[in-house]
Design a protein around this ligand. Structure first.
Ligand code: 5RP
Length: 222
């Protein structure tokens, strides 16, 4: 199977998970990226079952609306039973690195509201120790150099993502050279640096369920 076929398979499994676990009339949280895009396409035929969706990025909002799925402002929503999103890396504890698409902050906000976080990924994303994928950190533009120095003090090699501005008007530093033995501690430590909006470690609030696409079928963990 190609990587896209694996992504499509987990996206369909996630749509089935949502149909079985999110009550009719509820609001679905929707992530960002190529795997999340396949999920949106799989959700579309069931759209009349749900009140609508909360989007974790402008790109996702546009794709949802393109399918005729109403997109709600998170401030008008009390309850998101299920949030479905991809990951750049995920470990056996369902901690993740996210933000390859630069949507990490909004993704983390939607995840904070969601009852159940379902991570969808092809098998290549499952790792023993995270850090090979450079960790995205969203920063306020005027703090870019300060944050980069602080990240270097932690042993990282921050690189500015060129030509990229987040949906929130900020910059991304992609931090290589990290071997992340304690994801929760590192997530908390980086978020303490003044000027950091948030970082792409999702360990304080990890996924609850991982749907992993493999050539033997979709594996469910959690
Ligand atoms: C976007 C993300 C994505 O979930 C992550 O980059 C995975 O993307 P893809 O499904 O395209 O591999 O965090 O900010």
């Amino acid at each position: 199977m190609t990587q896209d076929e694996l992504k499509q398979a987990v996206a369909q499994a996630a749509a089935d998970y949502v149909a079985a676990n999110a009550p009719a009339g509820s609001i679905i949280g929707v992530g960002t990226g190529s795997t999340a895009n396949f999920f949106i396409d799989a959700l579309a035929p069931l759209k009349d079952r749900y009140k609508g969706a909360v989007a974790s990025s402008e790109a996702t909002r546009k794709r949802l609306e393109g399918h005729g799925i109403p997109v709600l402002d998170l401030n008008d929503v009390d309850d998101i039973p299920v949030y479905v999103d991809g990951a750049d890396e995920v470990d056996a504890g369902l901690n993740m690195i996210k933000g390859g698409g630069g949507a990490l902050t909004r993704e983390k906000i939607v995840a904070a509201v969601a009852g159940t976080f379902v991570c969808i990924a092809d098998g290549s994303k499952l790792v023993d120790v995270m850090g090979r994928f450079p960790l995205p950190v969203e920063v306020i533009p005027m703090a870019r150099a300060h944050v980069a120095r602080e990240l270097a003090r932690l042993g990282g090699k921050p690189v500015l993502r060129t030509g990229f501005v987040t949906d929130n008007g900020n910059l991304i530093l992609d931090v290589g050279g990290l071997s992340i033995s304690d994801p929760k501690a590192l997530e908390t430590q980086i978020n303490q640096i003044v000027g950091v909006v948030t970082n792409g470690l999702f360990a304080v609030r990890p996924a609850d369920v991982l749907l992993l696409g493999t050539s033997e079928g979709v594996r469910r963990i959690g």
